[in-house]
Design a protein around this ligand. Structure first.
Ligand code: SAH
Ligand code: SF4
Length: 465
């Protein structure tokens, strides 16, 4: 599963080579990199590792693509809309190539791991120099060396599940919140989802590697650690361990220090009592569970290959609430899965009312190449699906405003994150709800108690307690 030390060393040698080549080419003014990540937190974590490699090769970073010598889009494939945005944004890069002939344009991530996408980039976007898939990310130094030293285009979407590269330096985007991947890939093959096709089978990182990283993050002063996996609950199954994730939570919780733990994503089919007990007992684990249900109808769930039904999901929610009465639960919903009827969709509406989610991420179904869903008959029109989608959003607005009304007069401990557009400080409470309030900049990066004075649907307004 892990990349061999020899293979990693080879990349370290390429880092030195690229650095030398860039120094020859750019002299005393270091080359600039513009990198942008689309999609989920897992992708952001990948992007931070790639940035770490670029930094070691001598790149400085810029937020302005027009002054960059290296542009990288780290792409997402989960819905068509995400892919269309990437094609549009890549198209806009052509003009930069005309003014800067040294510019290297690169794409990586889930979208380009798909063969039809790599082919289209090769034939329709001749100014794209480098394309690399999700399995070869740690080889960026070698791939970039090949582009820079030959001037040829390089495309590498090799699939290889022995791709866990430990010990790489990460360039983190956030000063006090950190992503910590615990596993890569997915074994679940939900029939709508492209992830297992572009990320490969589930590979868990070694327990001691995760613990080492967690201790280091705490020592470095990080205030929030988010553990990442497509299904954190099956962490360790690939090396024959069951229920290892609750133990991991407990062990990270036991690291001395003032920090919080979040995790994403927890698949309902594996969300065990052991996990919920661990959540309830670990004081550093936040009071928030993201438990994507996708649909409230058992027949639809069966055709989605989710391996749970409405009843099983509701039982899990009931147990979670019994253990953690104030638990905030959020979810993902897909509207208009092929063959879904309006009646079945109404089961989703009733489910969200029954559960009382504090927030929902809602998506209209998007057919993905190579998935079983894309071949299922899909008679409902896009206009109808849009109407259902709006019905769902309306229903959730009602649920969320009812939920938020209950917070009036309550005090929450908030990790202060930044100043928002309204010029107020803001941060999330343990349930992951955003709260804004007035205060000085020095509070950013600290925990503060905030009293809710005016709960709105999507944000709570408050004051320092
Ligand atoms: N591993 C996570 C989900 C990762 S994808 C889990 O199992 O919960 C994030 C969300 O995108 C999914 O929960 C789903 O709601 C949505 N999604 C995935 N594929 C989609 C598709 N083809 N069309 C619309 N939404 C999709
Ligand atoms: Fe996709 Fe399902 Fe795996 Fe989540 S569990 S990544 S939705 S296949």
């Amino acid at each position: 599963m892990a990349v061999s030390p020899e293979a990693l060393n080879r990349q370290f040698e390429y880092i030195t080579e690229v650095k030398r080549l860039l120094q020859d080419r750019f002299g005393d003014v270091p080359p600039k990199a513009f990198t942008h990540t689309y999609g989920c937190q897992g992708n952001v974590a990948d992007g931070e590792r790639i940035d770490g490699l670029l930094e070691q090769m001598g790149y400085e970073f810029t937020n302005d693509p027009s002054e960059a010598d290296f542009i990288l889009f780290n792409t997402c494939a989960v819905r068509e809309h995400a892919e269309e945005r990437v094609y549009g944004n890549v198209g806009r890069l052509k003009k930069f190539k005309e003014t800067n002939p040294n510019l290297v344009i690169a794409l990586c991530g889930c979208m380009v791991q798909q063969e039809h996408v790599a082919k289209r980039l090769k034939s329709h976007f001749p100014y794209v120099d480098l394309v690399f898939g999700t399995h070869v990310q740690y080889k960026v130094p070698e791939l970039l060396w090949n582009v820079l030293s030959t001037g040829e285009r390089v495309f590498d979407i090799t699939e290889d599940d022995n791709d866990i590269a430990e010990g790489l330096e990460v360039r983190r985007n956030h000063p006090f919140k950190a992503f910590l991947p615990i596993s890569y890939g997915c074994n679940n093959f939900c029939t709508f989802c492209v992830v297992p096709h572009v990320r490969g089978r589930e590979r868990s990182r070694k327990y001691q590697d995760i613990m080492r990283d967690a201790r280091q993050l705490v020592a470095d002063g990080y205030k929030e650690i988010m553990l990442l996996g497509q299904n954190v609950n099956s962490y360790g199954n690939d090396f024959g361990e069951n229920e290892l994730f609750p133990k991991l939570l407990r062990d990270i919780n036991d690291i001395p220090g003032d920090f919080l733990i979040r995790f994403m994503t927890s698949h309902p089919k594996d969300c065990s009592h052991a996990l919920l007990d661990a959540m309830a007992e670990c004081e550093k684990v936040e009071n928030h569970l993201h438990l994507p249900v996708q649909s409230g109808n058992s027949e639809v769930l069966h055709r989605m290959n989710r391996h749970y039904d409405r009843e099983k999901y509701l039982e899990t929610v009931a147990y979670a609430r019994e253990k953690m009465p104030d638990l905030s639960i959020t979810s993902d919903i897909i509207v208009g899965f092929p063959g879904e009827t309006h009646e079945q969709f109404l089961d989703t509406i009733s489910l969200i009312q029954e559960v009382g989610y504090s927030a929902l991420y809602t998506f209209i179904y998007s057919p993905r190449v190579g998935t079983p869903g894309a071949k299922m008959p899909d008679p409902v029109s896009a206009t109808e699906k849009q109407q259902w989608f709006e019905e769902l959003q309306f229903a959730q607005e009602q649920v969320a405003s009812k939920q938020s009304a209950t917070t009036k007069g309550k005090t929450f401990r908030v990790l202060v994150e930044s100043r928002n557009k309204a010029g107020r400080l803001c941060g999330r409470n343990s349930g992951n709800t955003m709260i804004e309030f007035d205060g000085p900049d020095e509070l950013i990066g600290t925990y503060q108690d905030v009293l809710v004075t005016e709960p709105l649907t999507w944000i709570l307004k408050g004051e320092l307690a």
